[in-house]
Write a protein that binds this ligand. Sequence first.
Ligand code: COA
Length: 250
Amino acid sequence: MSDHIQIERQGAVQTIRINRPDKKNALTRAMYAAMTKAIVDGDSDASVRAHVFFGVPGAFSSGNDLQDFMAFATTGTMGSEVIDFLIALVNAKKPLLAGVDGLAIGVGTTIHFHCDLTFATPQSFFKTPFVDLGLVPEAGSSLLGPALMGHQRAFAFLAMGDGLNAVEAKEAGLVYKLVETEELESTVLRVASEIAAKPPEAMRISRDLLRMPREEVVERIKLEAKHFAERLQSEEARNALMAFLTRKKG
Ligand code: COA
C-alpha cells in the first residue's frame, strides 16, 4: 500500500490522511487504492462509526497526479484505482467527514460532494480545472454539483474552472463550516466522535435517505469516466498536461 496515505483511529473514528506534501498531496494510483481499502475495511469493522479525510497544512489535495494522467494519455492504460475509489466513496456505509486547509483541486474538491460534513479553514481554495486540462467533470460532480449549488454556479465552477474561496464554497454548500486553522482537526474529530456516539443503525438509514440514490451516482461516475478517458487521450488534454509538466518555475 502507500506511505502517502496514513490511516489512524481515534476511538470509533477512522482518519484517512493524504500525506504527500512535496507534491501538494497529488494522488497516485497507489494512494487511491490505499484510500479505497481504508473505506472498505472501516465499513466492515463494527467498531468504526465514521471516516475522516485530512490533508496536510496548506494542501488538502492538488488532485490526480498529472504524471499519472500523462502516462494514461500516452499509453492508454490507467488501471481501475480511481474509479474503484470513487465507487467506494459512493458506497461508503458510514458518515464521511473532511477537514480542508489550503488547496483542494480536482478530485481534492469533488470528494466533498460525497462528504456529509466538510470543514475548511479560511485560506482554503476549491477549484476544478477540468476543461482547461481538456477534461470533463468527474466523481459524479456533473450530477451532484448542479443539485447542490444550482446549474449556473455549477457551470462556472465545474465547466469554467472558476475557483471558490472558503466563504464562497460554504455559500455554495460544498463546505459545512469554516474553522480557524489551529482548530480544524480537533473540530472535525470532535464532530465525528459525536456522530459516532449516535445510534449507528438510525444514523445509517438517515444518511441513506438524505443522499442521492447510489445507483444513479455510480451510473453518472461511469459515464463521466468514459468521456474522461477519451478526453485524456485527446490532443487538447495532452497539450495541457505537457504544458504543466514542462513548465518553468519562476
Ligand atoms: N500532479 C503531479 N504533481 C503535482 C500536482 C499534480 N496534480 N500538483 C502539484 N504537483 C507538484 C509540482 O509539479 C511540484 O513538483 P516539483 O517540486 O517536483 O516541481 C510540487 O507539486 C509543488 O507544486 P508547485 O506547482 O511548485 O506549487 P504551487 O504552490 O506553485 O502550485 C498548484 C500548486 C497545486 C496550484 C499547482 O501545482 C497546480 O496547478 N497543480 C496541478 C493541479 C491540477 O491541475 N490537478 C488536476 C486537476 S483534475
